[in-house]
Structure formats: structure tokens, C-alpha cells
Design a protein around this ligand. Sequence first.
Ligand SMILES: [Fe+2]
Length: 479
Amino acid sequence: MTHSNSYALGFTTLDHEIENVSLTVTGALPDWLSGSLIRTGPARFEVGKQAYIHWFDGLAMLHAFAFDSGSVNYSNRFIRSRSWCEAEEKGRIARGEFMTDPCRTIFGRVAALFAPKLTDNANVNIGVLGERIVALTETPMPIRFDPQTLETQGHLTLGEAVRGQLSTAHPHSDGTRSYSYVIEMGRKSIYRLFVDENGQQRVLAELPADQPSYMHSFGMSERYLILTEFPLLVNPLRLALSGRPFITNYRWQPERGTIFTVVDKTSGTVVARAAAAPCFAFHHVNAFEEKDAVHVDFLAYPDAGVIDRLRLDRLRAGGPSSAVSTLTRFSIPLGGADSGLQAVEGEILCDTPFELPRIDYPRHAGRRHSHVWGVGQSDAATFLDMIVKVELAGATPLVRRWHQDHCYAGEPVFVAGPGGNAEDDGILLSVVLDARAQTSFLLVLDAATLAERARAAVPHHIPFGFHGNHFPDPASRPR
Ligand SMILES: [Fe+2]
């Protein structure tokens, strides 16, 4: 396969699985760093003679970096999801993904309407739901796996009340409870927000939706959940009957604007609704309450065009990906539930666009944050090739950058240092593709200065992934 740019390697299949290989470290890993960084992402882009269309479609592989006293071991393993197993068995793409759908017969389409064969290709995120570490995609079929061996253990079954065909791969947690939502598509569609406590789910709120929005994440403050409906909307009947790939059924309807719904985390009551100009986002950064308003930060694109720019043919051909967006804050007044939709405007917090945002989540989720890390792009014509840090505390934001020629960085996961009080006292863990060496490495940066502390060489390339998390002690999680 020939490609016209060096980073196209990050969109090629990795079939090789290895277990617990000790990596050569340059520099020094912090001696306090223990536990594992576990990430997921697409790693196989073809099945038999068929190829996936979009970056979000590829079959999921787990990657784990286990730290111990200054050393690091690496393992990788495909998730044996139903999508993966059926593809192996049949030698063709068996389940519809984000922008790829195998040809279905009319009968198949009708059958799919009543018992849809949803994808469980958990290539988006690693999170905690039902007190388990799970791999997630945008259907309510989280995959359980052994965090040591990465062996797939089946699905996490959600309670009967949490019905729906779609969900988010970005649940929230306040340390004791997890929050997420499902979308039930039907003649009357419903956004169903739920809380998970001790592995038991309880529906918090059911919000009707005429045409459900494509939402990749949502917001959480100390007291509220914030659902942000971008005007990329679907007619559920079209989704069921068109036979077209999932996301191509959604239509950009800017006249609908962007709608915020603020829901009380305890009672499930809608406490405020607001409308803003049309925009699109994948990732909420954080939300917090201050001065009778809830402030919601996300990375805002002017429209949903980025989805098409992330098609594999475009990315491999080196087309402008512009896969970054602008940190924007929307402040929704509280106490105005009776007045219906309140008009709000976004405030751009920082001119440097970025993506895959991270904060010091354990200490700042739902509370005001002043540091955000992410990946940036040095040029619109290239791909994500920088790590950026945005400091919001001063009058103007301060942006720091890490960049190295031929290197393409993934999501920087923040890990707080021991006893560190400052918000940026810790390290960042990022998987970086070195396009010249044709391999990847784990990069460890000082989270405050972005100075390199260490890197650990992986013996193969790791296809570009999306998200992961650091688990201080994955073994102690209840099985
Ligand atoms: Fe995401």
C-alpha cells in the first residue's frame, strides 16, 4: 500500500499481538509511577476484501503499559467483540460501524429494525462503569476485559430500565458514582440519563427527542449533568430503514441551533435549558458552577464537516484534516427553568485549536479547572503532531507545546504526582507515532512544562487511537 504522507502509517493495520514485553526506556520514568495506562483504538482496517471507510470504524485493539519501579511492560490484544469474532469467522465485515455498513438485503434491514445487530467494537475509550474497567464505543454494550492479560470477558450487562441502541463512550464519574446516557430510537425517541452506583443503574431522567442529535460526550458539574444537542440530527425511521451507514443518516440542520439541557444529578429534574448558535463538538472538557450559572467548556467546530475529513481515504492521502477545534465556554444561567430556552453565546477561551482534551479529572471534574492538555496540529495540512497545554488562570491563556519532527502524538493522559498540590503537578502519558522510525513510543512529559522526562520504545507502530486512562491499581478493581 502506498501513501502520500508519512503519518498514513498510523492508519494501517497492526495484526501483531504481544504480551508483557519489557520496553527500553530512554530518560527516567518517575519512580512513583505504578499501575497501567490502558488505551483502545482501531487496529484493523480491512476484513477479507472489504475495507473500513472511516477512522472510527477499525476493529478495536487494547494497548496496556504497565509501570513498576521505573520500568514499563507493554501488551496489546484485539478485543474479541462480536464484531471482531463474526468478521474472523465470515471473512467479511459483519456489523455496521460508524461510516461502514456491509450490504444488507431488504429482509436483513427489516430484521435489523426489530433486533438490530449493534456493533460492540469498543475502539473509543476505556472507562469505569458498573465498577468495572470496560472498553467502550457508542452503543450500550461495554466490553469487560482482564486488565492484566487484556483477555475479553464478554459484555457488561446494563439493567433492563436502561434501554437504548446508542450511548456515549465518555461516561462521567464523581469517584463513587458513574453517569452516562443511552438513546432509545423509535417513533418517540428518548435520551435516557442514568447513574450507576455499586454496579446498579438507576434512570435519572428521560428527555424526549424528536430527531436525536449525534452527541459524542456530555458535561458534568458538581450538581448537574449537561446534555448538549448539536444540530447534527437524525430521523430515527431513516436510521432504521435507509440501509445506509450509521452517521450518513444524520443531517446538519443549523437552524436548530445548539441546545443545552441541565439536569440535576440527584433528582433528575431539568433545571435549565439554553440555546446557542449552531456548532459541533466531539469533546466536552469540563463543566462547573459559579455565580448562578453552570459553565460548560467544549472544543467547538463551526459545523460537523470534521466527520467527513476523518475518512480514511482522505487521511491517508494527506488531505487537510483540520482535526482540531476551539476551546469555548458556554455559561448557562441557573434558576430560569420556567422561562424556557435562554439564549447564550459561546466565549472563545483560547485561539490555539486542539483536540482529545484532558484535565486533572479526579481532582477537577465538575469544578473549575485552569489547565487543559490535548493534541494540536502544527499545520492544517498535516495531522495531530503536537501536545499542547493551555493555562487559563491568567488574563490571557498561556499555551505550551511539545513537538518533534516526524512525530504524531496521541491523547495526553494526565497523572498527578504524589502529594502534588498544583493542578499541573504530574506527568502526561502519550502514545506517539515516529513516522520515520516506523514505530511508536510512549512519551512521558512533565505536565507543567511539557519537558520530556522519558520515552519507551514499542517494537511496532500503534495505529492512531482515541482514548485511554491510567489506572493506579487495575488489579484491585472488583471483577
Ligand atoms: Fe472521544
